[in-house]
Design a protein around this ligand. Structure first.
Ligand code: NDP
Length: 286
């Protein structure tokens, strides 16, 4: 079987072009430019890169952006005050606090302080609730949103298919499972206590892997003709690698996402999509 590589970089570019047109169209009607505010606490190099890439993506789509830098020893209250200020600022449509945060700051408090209508990461319990009941009102977390978008754009059917998600984090595994369920997939969620992982993975028409262990799964553990979506990003001596050993799946999987260049670029594209969604909600265009 020929394995088709799912090109996340190209798909993300196409989404940005679509959004750019949409934003330009909205502004022609005399509306202000959409705006995303990103708060970065501390100087973690990986976080700095993520924030830089988000700001760059905003420029490509026509979204105004600002990065607000805070010292690593900033108090929790000062950070919460800054979020409250952005909540009140009508020119700001999206607020994102780059994670991880220093240990003395409660991630939960930070996320729950963001006004849910501006929570473009989709982490606030109100948005998580929307996703769970499937009312379509909230924001879908960007990485799992990117997984579903790739499946749809590559016309990989989900309805009635066996979908296995390995990983159950609030960031990726759980929302990915809910999204697959909403598309009428039959979903199994695996985690570190799962006993017969290989057997379950071998039953998957769609296998989403998000655990954070380099090359944890290989071609012998997948079903012939499966679509394998590798969310993992692991830094190794050989560079960035996924949770799946891609090479060993070639010729057996029908589709596979590479790392890098698969799910990664989609995350920021979906953030841009959420920013435009937030803008439209705040201007009562939805
Ligand atoms: P977490 O560490 O929060 O969660 C990992 C999950 O994997 C947990 O549910 C854990 O189970 C499960 N797990 C760990 N070991 C095993 C095992 N041996 N067998 C089965 N399940 C296991 O990670 P995230 O969800 O935040 O991220 C997962 C990966 O995705 C990471 O590599 C991360 O870098 C990447 N990522 C990529 C993004 C992108 O843009 N492409 C964005 C976000 C993350 P348990 O709950 O039982 O502990």
């Amino acid at each position: 079987m020929e394995t088709r590589i799912i090109d996340g970089k190209e798909t993300a570019k196409r989404i940005r072009i679509e959004l750019k047109k949409e934003v330009a169209g909205l502004m022609e009607g005399g509306l202000p430019q959409p705006k995303l505010s990103v708060i970065l606490v501390g100087e973690d190099p990986a976080s700095q890169t993520y924030v830089r890439n988000k700001i760059k993506a905003c420029a490509k789509v026509g979204i105004e952006s600002e990065s607000i830098l805070m010292d690593a020893d900033v108090t929790e209250e000062k950070l919460l005050d800054e979020i409250r200020r952005l909540n009140e600022d009508p020119s700001v449509n999206g607020i994102l606090v780059q994670l991880p945060l220093p240990k003395h700051i409660s991630v939960d408090k930070v996320i729950q302080t963001i006004d849910p209508i501006k929570d473009v990461d989709g982490f606030h319990v109100e948005n998580v609730g929307s996703l769970t009941v499937g009312d379509g009102r909230g924001y879908i977390p960007c990485t799992p949103g990117g997984v579903i978008e790739l499946l749809k754009r590559y016309e990989i059917p989900i309805d009635g298919k066996q979908c296995v998600v390995v990983g159950r984090s609030n960031l990726v595994g759980k929302p990915a499972s809910l999204l697959l369920l909403a598309e009428n997939g039959t979903v199994t969620i695996c985690h570190s206590h799962t006993k017969n992982l290989t057997e379950i993975c071998q039953s998957a028409d769609i296998l989403v892997v998000a655990i954070g262990r380099a090359h944890f799964l290989n071609g012998s553990q997948i079903k012939e003709g499966a679509a394998v979506i590798d969310v993992g990003i692991n830094r190794t001596d050989d560079g960035l690698v996924g949770d799946v050993d891609t090479e060993s799946c070639m010729g057996k999987a029908a589709y596979i996402t590479p790392v890098p260049g698969g799910v990664g670029p989609m995350t920021i594209a979906m953030l841009m999509k959420n920013c435009v969604h937030a803008y439209k909600r705040q201007h009562h265009l939805l």
